[in-house]
Ligand binder design. Structure first.
Ligand code: NAD
Length: 384
C-alpha cells in the first residue's frame, strides 16, 4: 500500500448511551427548523419516535414512518412529494440502512427539484441543500458513507442501482447503544455480519488505504468479541456499546474504499431476489471469502489475528481459512440462514442472478478478477 487516495467527509459524530437526549441541542446548534423524520414501524412501536416527537415539538413538521427495505424508487417519489409540501430543511433518518438510504435518496431528489438541475457532487467540500441527521439502530453502517442504493423496476426485473455522492454523507450521526437494546436477535446477528463483511472487503479492497485498514482491523476485533454477546444477552449494554463502536468503525472503513465480490452479489440478491441485506450477507460472506482466499490471505491475516487465531508458524492462507470457518460457525450459532434456497431464491433464477452480478460494478472491483459469469454461478450454486 505505497499509494493511496483518501477522502474525508465533514461529519459530527456523537456516541454515548443515552445520547438521543442530545438531539434537540444538536439541532438547535445547526439551526435546523423544519425537519422530516424517516423511519419504520418498529421504532414507533418501541416509543423511540414518540421520544423524538417530544424533544423536537413543532420543529418536526412531518413523519414518513413506513420505509420499506432496499429503497424502492416509488417510495422516494412519495417521500419527495411530502418533503416538498412541508418545505423541510433537514431529514432525520432513524433506524437501519433502509431509512438512512431513503433519506439519502430524498436529499438528492429534493436538491434536484429545488435547483432545477442534476446536482451530483464531484468534490468532498460540496455541501447539501437538505442535510441528513442519522440515528442508526442496526449495525449496517450506511450513516458513515456517501453511497446509496435505490431499487428500480424495469423490463420485468428489479435492480438496485448505487450512486456515490459526498453530499449525502449524514452531517450529524447520533449513536445511542440504548436504542439497539430492542433490536431482535436475528436482526442483531444479520446486521452485525453485514458490519463484519465491511471489514473483510475493506481489508482486501483494491482502493484500501491506511485509515480503512486500521479501522477495519479494530472493528473486526470489536465485532467478533461483542456480536455473540449481543445475540445471547440482547440487553447487555456493554456488549451493545462495543458492537456499535465496531459498526461505526466498519462504516468508516466502508466509506473510503470500493467494496467487492461479496457486496456486489448481496446487492443483486437484495434488489432482484428481495433477500434482506443482512441475511444475504450472512449467506454469502464465507463463500466470497473462500473464493478470494488465495488472492487476499495476506490482507486478511490481521483480521484472523484479532479474532484470536495465531499466525505463528503457519501460512496466512491457513490462518485465514480458520477465520472463515470461525465466521461460518458464528453465523450458524446465531441461527441465521446459510442457504439461498432457505430464503426464497429459486434454483432456476441462479443463472440470471449470476449474469446481473457479472455486470455489477462492485463485483468487477474484486481483487481477484471475475472474468466469467460461470465463476459467479458456481459461487451462487454453492450458496444455494
Ligand atoms: P433495514 O433498515 O431494512 O431494517 C431491517 C428491519 O429492522 C426493519 O424491519 C426495521 O424496522 C427493523 N429495525 C431497525 N432498528 C430496529 C430496532 N432498534 N429495534 C427493532 N427493529 C428494528 O436493515 P439494515 O440491514 O439496517 O439496512 C439494509 C439496507 O441498508 C439495504 O438496503 C442495504 O443495501 C443498505 N445499506 C447501505 C449501506 C451504504 O453504505 N449505503 C451500508 C449498509 C447497508
Amino acid at each position: 500500500m505505497n499509494e493511496f487516495r483518501y477522502t474525508g467527509y465533514a461529519q459530527e459524530i456523537i456516541f454515548a448511551p443515552g445520547s438521543i437526549a442530545r438531539l434537540g441541542d444538536a439541532i438547535e446548534r445547526h439551526s435546523w427548523r423544519r425537519l422530516m423524520l424517516c423511519s419504520t414501524g418498529s421504532l414507533r412501536r418501541d416509543g423511540t419516535i414518540a421520544s423524538i416527537e417530544k424533544v423536537l415539538g413543532d420543529r418536526l413538521v412531518t413523519i414518513f414512518e413506513h420505509v420499506q427495505p432496499h429503497v424502492p424508487d416509488i417510495q422516494v417519489t412519495e417521500a419527495l412529494a411530502i418533503a416538498d409540501k412541508h418545505d423541510i430543511d433537514a431529514i432525520i433518518a432513524l433506524g437501519g440502512g433502509s431509512p438512512i438510504g431513503l433519506a439519502k435518496a430524498l436529499s438528492l431528489a429534493l436538491e434536484e427539484k429545488r435547483s432545477g438541475r442534476s446536482t451530483r457532487s464531484t468534490s468532498p467540500i460540496d455541501q447539501p441543500l437538505v442535510p441528513i441527521i442519522a440515528i442508526p439502530t442496526t449495525y449496517a453502517g450506511s450513516e458513515m458513507t456517501p453511497v446509496n442504493g435505490v431499487t428500480h423496476h424495469s423490463d420485468g426485473i428489479s435492480r438496485k442501482i448505487t450512486v456515490s455522492d459526498s453530499k449525502i454523507v449524514p452531517k450529524l450521526v447520533i449513536y445511542d447503544p440504548s436504542l439497539t437494546l430492542n433490536l431482535p436477535p436475528t436482526l442483531t446477528a444479520s446486521t452485525g455480519i453485514n458490519a463484519l463483511a465491511h471489514c473483510i472487503e475493506a481489508l482486501y479492497s483494491i482502493t484500501r488505504n491506511p485509515v480503512s485498514t486500521a479501522t477495519a482491523i479494530s472493528a473486526t476485533r470489536s465485532i467478533t468479541s461483542a456480536l455473540p454477546r449481543c445475540y445471547s444477552v440482547p440487553n447487555d449494554i456493554e456488549a451493545r456499546t462495543e458492537m456499535l463502536i465496531g459498526a461505526y468503525l466498519a462504516g468508516t472503513a466502508l466509506a473510503n474504499v470500493s467494496m467487492a465480490l461479496h457486496h456486489g452479489i448481496c446487492h443483486v440478491l437484495g434488489g432482484t431476489a428481495g433477500v434482506p441485506h443482512g441475511i444475504a450477507n450472512s449467506i454469502i460472506l464465507p463463500h466470497a471469502m473462500r473464493f478470494n482466499l488465495d488472492a487476499t490471505a495476506s490482507e486478511l491475516a490481521p483480521a484472523a489475528e484479532v479474532m484470536g487465531i495465531s499466525l505463528a508458524g503457519r501460512s496466512p492462507e491457513d490462518a485465514v481459512a480458520e477465520a472463515i470457518q470461525r465466521i461460518h460457525t458464528l453465523i450458524a450459532d446465531m441461527h441465521l440462514p446459510q442457504r439461498l434456497r432457505d430464503v426464497g431464491v429459486q434454483e432456476a433464477d441462479l443463472p440470471q442472478l449470476a449474469q446481473l452480478a457479472f455486470q455489477n460494478r462492485t463485483v468487477q472491483n474484486n481483487p481477484k478478477p471475475i472474468t466469467d459469469t460461470a465463476q459467479l454461478e458456481t459461487l451462487l450454486r454453492a450458496a444455494w
